[in-house]
Ligand binder design. Structure first.
Ligand code: PHE
Length: 448
């Protein structure tokens, strides 16, 4: 495999870059809204800390001890059932599938940056019209931006770990921090800020359903990019002497902070204009643009900053989705980085086009299976089934199939005996059970 390694700071930035994405700035606020605010946030914080950090430690451990591509690491580090674990390594295909439609969504965001310079919709109706037209009939615009994202992501990955991934994260992540800080400071100055704080941090447990708890676990996984071989792959290029316990904590804290800050910004703006938060894609692409309009001239600036922030967050996540399969082709089949990057990129590009067309009214009937379009299928299968499934594989692997003494040698000096025992308990039994419940619930096999 390529020998270039991240610098310590570069590694943290790249991992945070992968973790902080649409999941933080778009999904976290709307699921918080949907599941009742404060109580959901509290459960999410607890899950991020206990499940998120422990699984992150597991993935960093595999990368640090394995130092190869994700598939080979599962095979090499398994103390038994090597054949099965080699197969399990193919979770690396999952991020490539996610990337196909994630790239289309980043495309919508780029389009909205350009739109925000020109005009903002004055009503929710108008806003909905604009978005639905883009989604269901504007093939050209979507294709243009999807192609742009494809070229961008491929070019970055072509340049490798240090000159590509680390460098772009060193540029985009600080910029993202600056933009979010500006938006945050602005929202503090808006009167409804205290309402937003109250909504997000005053837990009303009567609103907390078991589904909300399950959604919080799923969200913690998705937002930390776990269960897909991504963190494992990045960790294979970990600099020597990295403290994987502290790194896991730091990555989780930053990722969570971004989600909370994004939530506060969005709810302040929504509450200030008495707007409803539309579910799903609608929050960012329908509700917010018409809220920005209400802020007058300031609104256009806020809109551009906001969409640029999501675009930056999305791009650094997107590149992390491509690297696992690229590294696999390089290290197992001795492909050049160029050849590997081009092949994997073309795969996600073509799948993305099919996904995009499945939302277009004229093509939708051809790309529909069981009443659901390809776009929705890809999202459903990848993020609700395969990601938690990948998570189960990771924790079962470190908990039951890796050399226990080697794990203790790594973890005890960093976390002490007690915490290491708790970690074993979590990864061996508690987290796999929690994730099985998540999958059963999300597939509708078991409803709570
Ligand atoms: N963690 C990213 C986010 O919050 C999403 C992601 C999913 C990143 C899969 C990489 C892989 O948006």
């Amino acid at each position: 495999m390529s020998t270039a390694r991240f610098s310590k700071f570069g590694f943290i930035l790249a991992a945070v870059g992968s973790a902080v994405g649409l999941g933080n700035i778009w999904k976290f606020p709307y699921v918080t809204g949907e599941y009742g605010g404060g109580a959901f946030v509290l459960v999410y914080l607890i899950t991020a800390l206990f499940i998120g950090v422990f699984v992150l430690i597991s993935e960093l451990l595999i990368g640090k001890l394995g130092r190869s591509d994700a598939v080979s690491m599962f095979e090499n580090l398994a103390t038994k059932n090597k054949k099965f674990w080699k197969l399990a390594g193919f979770v690396i295909v999952v991020p490539l599938i996610i990337l196909s439609y994630y790239s289309v969504v980043i495309g919508w965001i780029l389009h909205y940056i350009v739109l925000s310079f020109q005009f903002l919709p004055s009503t929710v109706e108008e806003s909905k019209n604009i978005f639905m037209t883009l989604l269901t009939s504007d093939v050209k615009t979507q294709l243009f931006y999807h192609t742009l994202v494809f070229l961008l992501v491929m070019t970055i990955i072509l340049r490798g770990v240090k000159d590509g991934i680390e460098k772009i994260n060193k540029i985009l992540m600080p910029l993202l921090a600056v933009i979010l800080s500006i938006l945050f400071i602005y929202s503090i100055s808006v009167e409804s800020f205290s309402k937003a704080v109250y909504f997000m941090f005053n837990p009303d447990f009567t609103k907390l359903t078991s589904t909300a708890i399950i959604v919080a676990i799923g969200q913690a996984f998705y937002t930390l990019s776990l269960g897909m071989g991504i963190i494992i792959t990045y960790a294979a290029s970990l600099p020597k002497g990295t403290n994987i316990f502290k790194s896991s904590l730091l990555i989780t804290i930053i990722d969570t902070t971004v989600a909370l800050v994004a939530g506060l910004i969005i709810f302040t703006l929504l509450f200030d204009k008495g707007a409803e938060s539309t579910k799903g894609a609608g929050l960012v692409f329908i509700s917010l643009p018409s809220v920005f309009y209400e802020f007058g001239d300031m609104g256009s600036i806020l809109a551009v900053l906001f969409f640029v922030a999501i675009a930056f967050a999305g791009i650094t996540s997107a590149i992390s989705m491509l690297e696992p399969t690229v590294l696999y082709l390089i290290s197992r089949f001795h492909y050049s980085r160029k050849k590997a990057a081009v092949i994997c990129s073309i795969f996600f590009y073509i799948l993305g086009i099919a996904a995009l067309l499945s939302n277009i009214t004229d093509y939708a009937p051809m790309l529909k299976i069981g009443g659901k379009g390809l776009f929705d299928w890809l999202d459903f299968v990848a993020s609700t089934i395969l990601v938690p499934l990948g998570g189960i594989l990771v924790v079962v692997f470190v908990g039951h199939f890796m050399d226990e003494s080697e794990i203790r040698k790594e973890l005890v000096p960093l976390m002490g005996n007690l915490l290491t025992e708790i970690w074993f308990l979590m990864v061996r039994y508690i987290i796999p059970c929690a994730l099985i419940v998540v999958i059963l619930n999300e597939t509708g096999l078991l409803k709570f």
